[in-house]
Design a protein around this ligand. Structure first.
Ligand code: FAD
Length: 281
């Protein structure tokens, strides 16, 4: 596969402070050298980051060169609110979306008119036809609410059939799970590009906490290797770069169509991994 066919993208959260905004501009500039397809920006389910997400994607889109791709969630939102936001995106030339259900922040109870991501994909297609390219989420290790892989793949298939163009996975450190998921999709004749989500390891204790929340598994051998460096972030990062580089190599060698990096608004670790893969520009 040539570099041109390879789908590289980076995910950011919308910064709230001036310092955070400046930092993100520097991160974007550093990552631009890798020629990414798009920069995606998360959206706080329930609308908590609505304006910051909008501001961030407009800034990315206006700079030109790299597409901005806002995430969009449906929990806690009315269809009218969603449509108004999509109209703003369209007015700014934004034509990519990551479409999700989202998880309501604790304390919020309103479900929203669209119950699942599939309903939101249908809404976008119904109101905006093919204007937006739509990515949806996939879970090689199975979404935490799902009973089993088969049910999860069935619901994933519905999102694709409703009009999604590609999928981005939850992050994982076990390449076999990703390929097993791809096989399960192929058995159901669903063959969209499923881009592996890649989480560089910045601070292992934060990663463990976050992984428990989102249902991503950290293999025992990684936990035990990281335990050599309980308070040494630099050594954790160095080992993390090695581990994630090997994961990416396995994914690419076996046909993964791209990589989507969860950057936490930092460029350094993603760039080190991409340099090891000879994909840094
Ligand atoms: P869905 O596809 O709706 O699935 C949710 C669960 O419901 C699954 O268990 C599924 O199997 C099940 N299900 C689906 N359809 C049905 C049905 N008809 N009947 C019964 N069960 C059904 N969260 C945010 O808040 N903001 C973000 O910006 C964000 N970005 C993300 C980006 C990526 C790449 C990923 C992988 C996740 C992201 N998330 C984000 C997290 C995501 O919102 C959560 O994982 C959420 O719990 C599920 O969202 P989904 O779109 O996968 O939901």
């Amino acid at each position: 596969m040539s570099k041109q066919d390879f789908n590289l993208s980076f995910e950011f959260f919308p910064p709230r402070t001036e310092a955070g905004k400046e930092k993100l501009v520097a991160t974007r500039q550093a990552l631009a050298a890798t020629n990414p397809e798009f920069y995606s920006v998360t959206f706080g389910a329930g609308g908590s980051t609505r304006d910051n997400t909008l501001e961030t994607v407009i800034d990315i889109q206006q700079k030109g060169g790299i597409d901005a791709c806002p995430h969009l969630t449906c929990v806690g939102a009315t269809n009218q609110e969603i449509i108004e936001l999509l109209e703003q995106y369209r007015a700014h030339g934004i034509h990519r979306l990551v479409v999700l259900r989202g998880d309501l922040p604790s304390g919020m109870v309103a479900m929203g008119e669209c119950k699942y991501a599939v309903d939101l994909v249908e809404l976008v297609r119904d109101r905006f036809a093919d204007y937006f390219s739509i990515a949806v989420a996939a879970y090689p290790e199975v979404h935490p609410d799902s009973k089993n892989l088969a049910t999860d793949v069935d619901f994933f298939a519905r999102k694709m059939k409703a009009g999604a163009d590609l999928a981005i996975t939850q992050y994982f450190y076990n390449a076999e799970g990703y390929f097993h998921f791809i096989d399960a999709c192929q058995q159901k004749q669903i063959e969209p590009p499923v881009i592996p989500g890649i989480m560089p390891i910045g601070n292992f204790s934060s990663l463990k906490k976050f992984s428990r929340q989102c249902g991503a598994e950290i293999p025992r051998w990684i936990k035990k290797s990281m335990a050599n460096y309980p308070d040494d972030i630099e050594s954790q990062q160095k080992l993390g770069v090695e581990i994630v580089t090997r994961l990416c190599e396995k994914l690419i060698d076996n046909g993964a169509p791209g990589l989507h990096f969860y950057t936490m608004n930092q460029s350094r670790l993603s760039l080190q991994i991409l340099k090891n893969l000879n994909l840094d520009g």
